[in-house]
Design a protein around this ligand. Structure first.
Ligand SMILES: [Zn+2]
Ligand SMILES: [Zn+2]
Length: 416
């Protein structure tokens, strides 16, 4: 570790020397100088996200091992891989927290990569009315235990509030007038908020544009954690609306609200959500200044062609910008095995019995700009019967991969 740190420091000093040499001189397009350009402390103008000359590609949706049991690589590995494949910027968007951002920013700055701080949140409520339960399926009604013992039209306490009627030979049972002691606190399920995996809320990615954005992230997450329980922050639309200063929002992975609505054919709803977020985060002046982007991700899953095409079409209709991400969950392709082990730990299964809970593709690594380019065939999306069938298969799989960022996902490169 010490050796690596020393090495980095030398590289850093080296870059600073080179920067001084070139300051005021002609801009070199050579890779080393390009890195210095990014590393140089400069105040980005509002809305300036990427440097057009020196930042050809930045991954904007990436999980570290601080996305507990849903990210396999430490930030150091992610930065090393980003340097290796030639990314000029990298965002860390862990689930519901900023636990890794200090380590990440330090590491990235030392490596000459522009760090972007962000988070991926899971919202409790949809951005648009959802009467059909498309975005958050309705909770199942609690089964009423001894329902058979109740008398129709005479619910608990009907007629005689303190005495349950005798039924089927069972003796009458007195009911206490007060069932809870003073000061009683309802038990809250800490892991799932009492809701099933299938009812988990839509995802949304937030990135800090500047220092005020980082402050907004900190406040948003602090409020959500104070309102929630251990490990389960409560993010809702009202809270989000109060903390948008300096933030950029991406529509999220396949579990984002727009993707969930598109998959079931609710195009109107998806468009409404996009408009809502665009007005909430601001449309800015030009693509780089926009506050809301639709995310295109492709993990070679059966329905990804369709979803990417449909999302891009929606963006074109609404005049909203899109951004391509890969929703990376590990640094290198070979780290996929570790990701599987973590999934096994999360579900309490062995690798042999993990089955469908395993992420079906090996595409969630940090890709090079060239590999992130969308495949040409991704424009051929249509709602044929075959693609609907594959979508429903994929949906089944997706729900199995609980909490994790949508089994399928993405391919990259900033686009139109
Ligand atoms: Zn994600
Ligand atoms: Zn996600």
């Amino acid at each position: 570790m010490a050796v690596r740190r020393d090495g980095r420091r030398e590289e850093d000093e080296d870059q600073e020397h080179r920067e001084e040499e070139h300051r005021g001189g002609p801009r070199h397009v050579d890779g080393q100088v390009a890195k210095v350009e990014i590393h140089a402390p400069q105040t980005p103008s509002p809305g300036r996200v990427l440097h057009p000359m020196t930042t050809p590609y930045a991954e904007l949706h990436c999980h570290s091992n601080f996305s507990f049991l849903d990210g396999a690589s430490p930030v150091e590995d992610l930065v090393a891989q980003a340097t290796e494949v030639g990314l000029s910027g990298l965002a860390i968007t862990d689930h519901g927290g900023l636990y890794g951002v200090v380590r990440f920013a330090t590491e990235a700055e030392a490596a000459g990569i522009r760090p972007i701080l962000g988070v991926e949140i899971e919202l409790l409520d949809p951005a648009m009315p959802d009467p059909a339960g498309v975005v958050i399926p309705a909770r199942r009604r609690r089964r009423s235990g001894r329902a058979g013992a109740r008398i129709a039209g005479q619910g608990w306490g009907a007629g005689s509030p303190d005495l349950e009627m005798p039924v089927e030979g069972l003796p009458a049972r007195p009911r206490p007038s007060r069932t809870r002691l003073p000061g009683h606190r309802a038990v809250v399920k800490e892991d799932l908020r009492g809701i099933g995996e299938r009812q988990s809320g839509p995802h949304l990615v937030l990135l800090a544009r500047d220092a005020s954005g980082y402050r907004s992230l900190c406040r948003l997450i602090s409020h959500a954690n104070l309102a929630g329980t251990k490990r389960v922050p409560r993010f809702d639309q009202a809270l989000l609306a109060r903390h948008t200063e300096g933030l950029i929002a991406l529509s999220g992975c396949g579990e984002g609200e727009i993707a969930r609505r598109l998959r079931v054919g609710d195009r109107e709803g998806a468009a409404g959500v996009a408009r809502t977020y665009a007005s909430l985060f601001g449309s800015g002046d030009g693509v780089a200044a926009a506050g809301f982007y639709l995310e295109l991700s492709h993990h070679l899953q059966p329905d990804d062609d369709w979803l990417v095409a449909e999302t891009a079409r929606l963006a074109a209709e609404l005049g909203l910008p899109v951004v391509v991400t890969n929703d990376a969950h590990y640094a290198r392709p070979e780290d996929r095995e570790l990701q599987d082990v973590l999934t096994g730990i999360f579900h309490g299964r062995t690798l042999e019995t993990l089955g469908d809970l395993r992420r079906p593709d090996g595409e969630s690594y940090l890709k090079s700009p060239a590999r992130s380019r969308p495949p040409a065939r991704s424009t051929s999306g249509s709602s044929s019967t075959a693609s609907r069938a594959s979508r429903s298969r994929s949906a089944r799989h997706r729900s199995a991969i609980s909490r994790s960022c949508a089994g399928p996902a993405h391919a990259g490169g900033t686009t139109p």
